[in-house]
Design a protein around this ligand. Structure first.
Ligand code: GLA
Length: 378
């Protein structure tokens, strides 16, 4: 029995029946367009969250965390509905609810995706629980079903109006490849991501910043895109072109115009990035990554001083491309850098941060890794 299984037995008095795991993610390009039916190009990182699960006959949901073993959150399964009690446990409860589970379960979570770093620790948690429940109860849900269920958990149970990118890549990621995801129908294509062959590495820079704007700012950006779509009578930004946007500019506000411009140009950048990767043209990829950041900073206004500083310092140190990733207002940035310049770049970013009195950044690297999986233990 693993140490985690032993903890499970000590906490709940019986053995775990399933072990599941799901990774966090970074996004190469395609930011703030998943909720506009766009294309995104994320990959699953090596860091993951584990969930041990078993049924119980008490009609209770009991949730514990390896990181905080002194607390077992307990709730009657009949009370698992939006508005219930719970803090981080709501991510777990939301998945139980959205997957339609109606019997008691015991769950021990062991999270190894850095939280608050914009690397989707919440999606990793949701997806580990989803694949675990799917296996335990033999629910027969597809990866697409589970992506929609975990997104519903976050939208309707936790109350964060996120798109579907993070959950999809946590479930569907593949080792060695970025995942081109069509957020309209959840079809995917693997795009080889082999920067090492070109002597490059992708550095992940956790700014350690987390601004209060995060939730409200995200919802407001999403609402702008939906407002433009409604005014133009189209289903989403996916159906908009630059020509139409410019021609109908006076029907929308200036803020709506620049936000829609980000969405339209970002969808095109994802397509161009896929072509660049397929042609091993990392110069073009770097340029697109830079353009994506500039658009998020200037048009979509979801960057922040710490993200801009990391990106500027990485670029000044010679990065081929650098940009913020995820929702913004803090979290992480990525930089595509020559492998032999990684240390120099980290130093440059550290220095720039200390000159601005920002909290010291943290650095990670990760190759594209496999998506979620689960197996029965007994
Ligand atoms: C967060 C959301 C995603 C996506 C990104 C921005 O990570 O959870 O759905 O919208 O922000 O691309």
């Amino acid at each position: 029995m693993s140490a985690l299984e032993t903890t499970f037995q000590e906490l709940f008095g019986h053995r775990a029946q399933v072990i599941a795991e799901a990774p966090g993610r970074v996004n190469l390009i395609g930011e703030h367009i998943d909720y506009s039916e766009g294309f995104v190009l994320p990959f699953a990182i090596a860091d993951r969250t584990y969930a041990l699960i078993s049924r119980n006959n008490d009609g209770l949901v009991r949730i514990a965390s390896q990181q905080r073993k002194n607390r077992i959150f307990t709730i009657d399964i009949n009370d698992v509905k939006p508005g219930s009690a719970g803090e981080w446990e709501k991510y777990v409860l939301g998945v139980i609810w959205s997957m339609g589970v109606t019997s008691g379960v015991d769950i021990l979570v062991d999270g190894h995706v850095p939280s608050g770093a914009g690397l989707s620790s919440s999606a990793a948690l949701e997806c580990s629980v989803a694949v675990g429940l799917n296996t335990l109860f033999d629910l027969g849900k597809t990866l697409q079903d589970m992506a929609r269920a975990t997104q519903r958990a976050e939208n309707d149970y936790v109350g964060m109006p996120c798109g579907i990118m993070d959950q999809s890549v946590s479930l569907m990621g593949r080792a060695g490849s970025a995942l081109l995801l069509d957020c309209r129908d959840l079809t995917t294509e693997s795009v080889p991501f082999d920067v090492a062959s070109a002597g490059l590495e992708l550095l992940i820079i956790d700014t350690q910043a987390h601004h209060a704007l995060v939730d409200g700012g995200y919802a407001e950006r999403r609402a702008s895109c939906e407002a433009v779509a409604a005014k133009f009578g189209i289903p989403s930004m996916r159906h908009l072109s630059m020509d139409i946007l410019v021609a109908r500019r006076d029907e929308i506000s200036e803020t709506e115009f620049v936000r829609a411009r980000h969405a339209v140009t970002e969808i095109q950048r994802v397509k161009d990035a896929v072509a660049a990767l397929r042609a091993s043209d990392f110069t073009a990829l770097g340029r697109l990554i830079n353009e994506s950041h500039n658009s998020l900073r200037d048009d979509y206004t979801v960057s922040c001083p710490e993200l801009d500083e990391a990106v500027d310092a990485a670029r000044a140190a010679g990065a081929q491309g650098a940009r913020m990733v995820g929702g913004g207002f803090g979290g992480s940035a990525i930089a595509l850098i020559k492998a032999d310049q990684i240390e120099l770049t980290k130093d440059a970013i550290r220095k720039a941060y200390s000159a601005k009195n920002f909290k010291a950044p943290r650095f990670f690297t990760s190759l594209p890794s496999a998506g979620a999986s689960a197996r029965l233990l007994q």
